[in-house]
Design a binder for this molecule. Structure first.
Ligand SMILES: NC(=O)C1=CN([C@@H]2O[C@H](COP(=O)(O)OP(=O)(O)OC[C@H]3O[C@@H](n4cnc5c(N)ncnc54)[C@H](O)[C@@H]3O)[C@@H](O)[C@H]2O)C=CC1
Ligand SMILES: O=C(O)[C@@H]1CCC=N1
Length: 264
């Protein structure tokens, strides 16, 4: 049975550990390394996992999850300073490339991922790419871990993780912005902020649930849109104001920034 050590016990680690335990991992297989005693106490009491502040101890695990901020990873590699051959490193750090991880940790199997924050609710959408040193068993292990907190899409080239960042890594923020603007406009149209918020949120939830049932989004949209009715007026206004272009430009800007951060 694989043992897993998380380096960094913050929000994302906590979400992943919660998912692993719900999907059948026993807490005794899970260790969390974090210098912050409050984080360690929280994880030990919430999940019953082993915790430590000794980064070097991570070398004993079969799978090491890098769940620290990107700028901390070089220091972590120095502290581990051990031969990790045969182990799998799974990184959730945004923008840290496989080449950088190989230069820091040596010739080891690496699974680079791009998760998103709905992972906190078990509703994550995560892109995955592994280096050539990773075996099929390690690919399956990485997939199993990711599927404990949502869906996993394996992409065939590492650079496609930058597109994943645009489609799912950053995109919860696009939906939140849409929700903010709808609440603001609903309030401007006379509803109380509470009513505008309740109606907007329930509609976002309902629309997302409908869109996951299999019908194409354009068909679902057509069913709401009566000929020359109210929805038609809204959609025409959005299209005339370049809605598609706004989304395409935003996603391209996101992808380009991910490429830039990967080179930094
Ligand atoms: N695609 C996305 O939306 C998201 C991606 N991420 C990625 O996940 C990673 C973790 O993010 P969060 O959990 O939100 O961060 P966080 O700030 O909640 O947790 C980081 C943890 O690392 C600990 N830490 C700091 N230095 C350490 C060291 N030397 N050794 C061990 N632990 C150390 C901190 O005490 C803290 O508990 C980041 O690299 C981020 O890029 C996180 C959230 C969402
Ligand atoms: O905004 C960012 O840079 C990170 C990466 C994806 C989501 N948050």
């Amino acid at each position: 049975m694989d043992k897993i050590t998380f380096i960094g016990g913050g929000n994302m680690a906590s979400a992943i550990i919660g998912g692993l335990i719900s999907s059948g991992w026993t807490p005794s297989r899970i260790t969390v390394v974090d210098p912050n005693a409050d984080q360690r106490d929280r994880l030990a009491s919430e999940h019953g996992v082993h915790t430590t502040d000794d980064v070097a101890s991570a070398a004993a695990a079969d799978i090491i999850v890098l769940a620290v901020k990107p700028q901390v990873i070089a220091a972590v590699a120095k502290q581990i300073n051990a031969d990790l051959s045969g182990k799998l490193i799974l990184s959730i750090a945004a923008g840290v490339t496989i080449a950088t991880l190989e230069s820091l940790f040596g010739p080891v199997a690496i699974a680079r991922t791009m998760p998103n924050t709905p992972a906190l609710l078990g509703l994550g959408a995560t892109g995955l790419h592994l280096n050539e040193r990773a075996s099929e068993a390690q690919h399956l292990a990485a997939k199993g871990i990711i599927e404990a907190f949502g869906i996993c899409v394996t992409v065939e080239r590492e650079d496609l993780l930058d597109a994943v960042t645009a489609v799912s890594g950053s995109s919860p923020a696009y939906y939140f912005l849409m929700i903010e603007e709808m609440i603001r406009s609903g309030t401007a149209l006379g509803l109380t902020p509470e009513d505008a918020r309740a109606l907007t949120l329930q509609t976002a939830l309902g629309a997302a649930a409908m869109a996951t049932k299999g019908d194409a989004p354009e068909d679902l949209r057509a069913r709401v849109t009566s000929p020359n009715g109210t929805t038609h007026a809204a959609i025409v206004s959005m299209q005339e104001n370049g809605f598609g272009d706004v989304i395409a430009k935003a996603m391209t800007a996101c992808r380009d920034r991910a490429v830039e951060l990967g080179k930094a």
